[in-house]
Structures are given as structure tokens and as C-alpha cells.
Design a protein around this ligand. Structure first.
Ligand code: B12
Ligand code: SF4
Length: 379
């Protein structure tokens, strides 16, 4: 098949298998991006989840020798739940960000790309191909941008005309040459809504994120969450999305045509208290199929404790005291003391004072002292 016909056939096939957007880009090195990534690293803005090798991140041929084309795809995900469960006094709930609703997107996009690869191999049996979704070395956004799927917004997200930024991205490298598409024009204009709305000022310049201050990143860390971020996280258990929620291109968008991404309301907005006593096995069984489970249960439990503290859920005091006394993880004991200080009440304060006598971990002790001091200031 000639390149133009092959490209057309791949586009048809992508529609058949439920890919929402497809674009084609050259596999030339991302030279400008490399400069940007160097400055990003020097400024200390990386999250640590990125591929560390900048050469691999910016040269497609370092991932697939002789790569000539990158086929980029996007799949839209839903933003609204029908009949979401509501938080009630004594039955408070947390929430997973939308990018973690339904089945883990890595699996869904990989299946689509593998199926596209099979078709390409039918047509070009000698083709070399490499599929990537999120965990690959390349910048999925930079690839999607070059392939014309959308533009990089000031919130750093790839924004598509049809679906806003509510899309997952993935790509396939191949040594087959296919005619490239043209990038679309940037559409943010004078808008700065995301930069203004970010509660931590993590968007330090248009299109530049300091990951260390980004709540999406901080929600996934396993250590203590610095006190200044605790109120700002709200009731999020995993991820964060204010910079997407405020974007004009994302308003009234809710794409429900992929059944894989449809959320189980009780899983994506779970009751907080039961999360505190979950075993590893229960966690895997209940949340293991979601993208938001990849860091294990500890950050989710830590965030659940923070949410209980913020919501001042008095019915959680007994559970929090149990954690303070018995949990082997200092992060959980320390965060529980913060929450108890927030909720207050005789029982909580007595438990905190007792802990001052019994606790040996320095960080936890500091949390307990701060919790008591904060409480005294508040009364
Ligand atoms: C590390 C990582 C994170 C980190 C850091 C994010 C960041 N902005 O750098 C953290 C944990 C914070 C994170 C959070 C989220 N992530 Co994330 N993450 C990644 C990962 C693994 C690498 C990203 C990376 O290399 N960042 C470094 C920066 C410098 O590069 P970049 O963002 O890829 O590319 C930008 C720069 O190159 C810049 N740029 C290049 N040239 C130029 C020139 C100029 C002038 C300017 C201004 C900018 C610019 O624009 C590019 C596009 O924005 C990618 C998967 C992948 N392999 O690419 C997913 C990915 C970016 N994440 C994704 C998602 C969904 C999210 C969240 C929405 C999840 C959530 N709800 O919590 C948030 C969004 C937060 C945000 N505003 O970015 C999607 C994004 C989809 C989309 N539509 O854009 C990706 C692509 C995963 C996927 N395959 O679908 N993520
Ligand atoms: S909120 Fe405004 S500035 Fe930010 S990404 Fe959307 S359009 Fe661009």
C-alpha cells in the first residue's frame, strides 16, 4: 500500500476500534523540548515520575532504531457521574480524580494500540513497532501536539477541540513512513483561568508546572504531606484537577462512549472511614483495577485521614485514635494526630496528650505538638 493509502486505512481502522483521535508525526528528535526539559530539571520542577534519561525522552530513535513515524492517539473520558453518592455527616466521602475513573487507562489504550499494531503488521509484515502509554520514555503530550491532536494549554494539558483536555494519550512508534499531520494553533489566547485558580501557584508560568507544588503530584507522595497543602487538597484521595475544571474548553464536556471508563460511584467516591482499616488485599481487590491505585494504599489512606480532619468528622475520632496508637507507619500516625487536632473534642485531645508520653518517632511527635498547639490557638 502507498503511504497515503496506508495512513487512510489506519485512520479507518482506528475509528472502527473506538479510538477518538489519531494523528501522525515525524519521529525526528524533539530538540526544543530537550532544552526545555533541561531547564525544567535545573529549576527542580520535575516530579520524579518522568523517565530520567533526557535523550530517551526526546529522541524517538533511542526507543526504536529507524523510527520514522509516531502515531498518536487520544481517548476521551467522562467527567460526570449519574447519581453520585453524597457525603453525609458521619458518612463522609473522598474522591478520585476523573483520570482514575473506570478501568486503568493504561490497559485500555494499550489494547487499542496493540490492535492497531496488528493491523499495521497485516499490511506491512516487516514493520517494527513500539507501543507506549504514559510509562514510556517519550512525552505523550509533545508527541500528541506534533501529531496535531491538540495544543499544550497554559495548564500544560493537551487540549483537543472536541473533548477539551479530558483525554488520555498514547502512541506507537514505527519505522514505516507515513505522511505527517500539522500541529494545531494554540487556543488559550488571553485566558489565564488555570494559572489564577491553581491553589498552590504550581503553574509558575504559562505551560510550566512546578510538580513539587502540584496537588496532583502531592496526592501521590508516600511521606507526610506538608501542612500548608492539607486544606488545599480538599477531599481528593488521588490526583487533582482544578486547572482542568476551570478551563473554558472543558466546560459541559462529558463523554461516556467508552464503557471501560464509566465510574463505579462507590469506588471513585468511597466512604472515608472504611478506607482506614483496609488490608492490602482488600485494597487490591477493590481499587487495584483503577489507575489511582499504582502507588498503593498508603497515600490514599493518608489523604483519607486529611479529608476526615478537614470535614471535622467527629464519628471518625475512635478510628483515628486507634491509628495513632497502633499503626506501624509514622506517616499515618502523624497525619491522624493532625486530623484529631482539627476535629478536637475531649477524647481526641486526651489521646493526643497521652501520645506525647508514649510516642518515640520524632516526626510524629512534632505533628502531635503542632496539633495540640493549633487546637489551643483555635479555642
Ligand atoms: C510526570 C507526569 C505527571 C506529573 C508532572 C506533570 C507535568 N505537567 O509535568 C504529575 C504527577 C504532576 C502529573 C499530573 C497529572 N497528569 Co500526568 N503525566 C506525567 C508523565 C508521566 C510525564 C510528563 C512529563 O514529562 N512532564 C514534564 C513536562 C515538562 O513535559 P510534558 O508535560 O510532557 O510536556 C510539556 C512540555 O514539553 C511543554 N512544552 C514543550 N515545549 C514548550 C514550549 C513552550 C513555549 C511552552 C510554554 C511549553 C512547552 O508542553 C508540553 C505539553 O504540556 C505523562 C506521560 C508521558 N509519558 O508523557 C503523564 C500525563 C502528562 N499525565 C496526564 C494526566 C491525565 C495527568 C493529570 C490530569 C492527572 C490528575 N487529574 O491528577 C494531572 C495534570 C496536572 C498537570 N497540570 O500537568 C496525561 C495528560 C493528558 C492530557 N490531556 O494532557 C499524560 C499524558 C498521561 C497519558 N498518557 O494520558 N503528571
Ligand atoms: S484555563 Fe485558559 S489558559 Fe488555562 S489551559 Fe484552559 S484556555 Fe488555556
Amino acid at each position: 500500500m502507498r503511504p497515503e493509502a496506508l495512513k487512510q486505512a489506519l485512520i479507518e481502522e482506528s475509528k472502527r476500534i473506538g479510538i477518538d483521535k489519531i494523528g501522525f508525526a515525524s519521529a525526528d528528535p524533539f530538540t526544543e523540548l530537550k532544552e526545555r526539559l533541561i531547564r525544567h530539571r535545573e529549576a527542580g520542577y520535575e516530579s520524579g515520575f518522568e523517565e530520567p534519561d533526557l535523550h530517551k525522552r526526546t529522541d524517538p530513535q533511542a526507543n526504536l532504531p529507524q523510527a520514522r513515524t509516531i502515531i498518536a492517539i487520544a481517548l476521551a473520558y467522562p467527567t460526570r457521574m449519574e447519581d453520585p453518592p453524597v457525603s453525609k455527616p458521619g458518612a463522609t466521602r473522598g474522591v478520585f480524580c476523573r483520570a482514575s475513573w473506570g478501568e486503568d487507562y493504561h490497559h485500555v489504550l494499550r489494547r487499542k494500540l496493540e490492535s492497531l499494531k496488528e493491523k499495521l503488521l497485516e499490511w506491512v509484515p516487516e514493520a517494527a513497532c513500539e507501543v507506549m502509554v504514559d510509562t514510556g520514555s517519550l512525552s505523550d503530550r509533545a508527541v500528541a501536539e506534533r501529531a496535531g491532536l491538540g495544543w499544550s494549554g497554559k495548564n500544560t494539558s493537551l487540549i483537543t477541540e472536541e473533548f477539551g483536555s479530558w483525554v488520555y494519550l498514547g502512541e506507537m512508534l514505527t519505522d514505516v513512513w507515513l505522511p505527517p499531520d500539522t500541529p494545531v494553533t494554540e487556543g488559550c489566547g488571553d485566558c489565564n483561568a488555570c494559572i489564577e485558580a491553581c491553589p498552590t501557584g504550581a503553574l509558575v508560568a504559562p505551560g510550566q508546572l512546578n510538580s513539587q507544588a502540584c496537588l496532583a503530584y502531592l496526592s501521590q507522595t508516600k511521606g507526610f504531606l506538608a501542612p500548608e497543602y492539607r486544606d488545599k487538597l480538599g477531599t481528593y484521595l488521588y490526583g487533582f484537577e482544578t486547572c482542568q475544571m476551570v478551563c473554558p474548553y472543558n466546560q459541559k464536556k462529558n463523554f461516556v462512549h467508552h464503557p471501560e471508563f464509566s465510574p463505579d460511584p462507590d469506588k471513585v467516591k468511597p466512604l472515608l472511614k472504611p478506607l482506614l482499616s483496609m488490608s492490602n488485599r482488600e485494597f487490591r481487590e477493590r481499587f487495584g483495577s483503577m489507575a489511582g491505585s499504582w502507588r498503593g494504599k498508603k497515600p490514599i489512606q493518608r489523604n483519607a485521614i486529611i479529608a476526615l480532619g478537614r470535614l471535622k468528622d467527629e464519628t471518625a475520632v475512635a478510628d483515628l485514635i486507634r491509628l495513632l496508637k497502633e499503626d506501624p507507619r509514622p506517616v499515618i500516625r502523624g497525619t491522624a494526630s493532625w486530623a484529631l487536632g482539627r476535629i478536637g473534642g475531649k477524647e481526641a485531645l486526651e489521646a493526643l496528650r497521652r501520645t506525647l508520653e508514649e510516642e518515640t518517632d520524632e516526626e510524629v511527635l512534632l505533628e502531635v505538638k503542632n496539633a495540640l498547639a493549633d487546637h489551643e490557638k483555635a479555642v
